[in-house]
Design a protein around this ligand. Structure first.
Ligand SMILES: [Zn+2]
Length: 165
């Protein structure tokens, strides 16, 4: 089944990611009422769970003065996911962009308490600008998209992805 709280697909008595128990919602006329009654509980649980998720953006630095030289990666903390929900959060820093690349890979590091950290890499259509800013847009569930923008205000947004994977 699909977890009501975090959308993770699993088999068993509780979600392995957020620990929300399996809920069997009846079909038929009671279904709507049951889902409605559960909505508040799910939202409350989701907000509590989001406090346990830490997100970081991986930034790959390049020196592009004469030729492109990879300068290593850097982790930029975005903080706890409950503070990122229902809005767009921009990183303060501007990044040096390799303008010849058609797509820009952006990686999110996710850790949920003691569970193993994992990475989600999203390819976003590049903007041919020497520097870019990166933001993350989250809905009130646990789905996100990345946004990049240049100094002139051009921006590109990626598809939405679940943060719990
Ligand atoms: Zn879950």
């Amino acid at each position: 089944m699909k977890c009501f709280v975090c959308d993770f697909e699993y088999d068993g008595k509780e979600c392995p990611k957020c620990k929300f128990p399996e809920v069997v919602v009846p079909f038929g006329s009671d279904r709507e009422a049951s889902l409605k009654a559960m909505k508040q509980t799910v939202e409350k649980y989701r907000n509590e769970f989001a406090k346990k998720i830490k997100a970081e953006l991986m930034v790959y630095n390049y020196d592009v003065t004469d030729k492109i030289v990879y300068q290593g990666e850097e982790r930029c903390t975005l903080g706890k996911v409950n503070l990122l929900m229902s809005k767009v959060t921009w990183l303060d820093t501007e990044f040096t962009n390799v303008i010849t690349r058609e797509n820009l890979p952006i990686t999110l590091n996710v850790s949920i308490e003691e569970q193993a950290e994992y990475q989600i890499t999203v390819n976003i259509k590049n903007i041919p600008s020497d520097t870019l800013r990166v933001g993350i847009s989250m809905d009130s569930g646990l789905n996100f998209s990345f946004i990049i923008k240049d100094a002139a205000g051009n921006s590109v947004r990626s598809d939405m992805f679940p943060i719990v994977q």
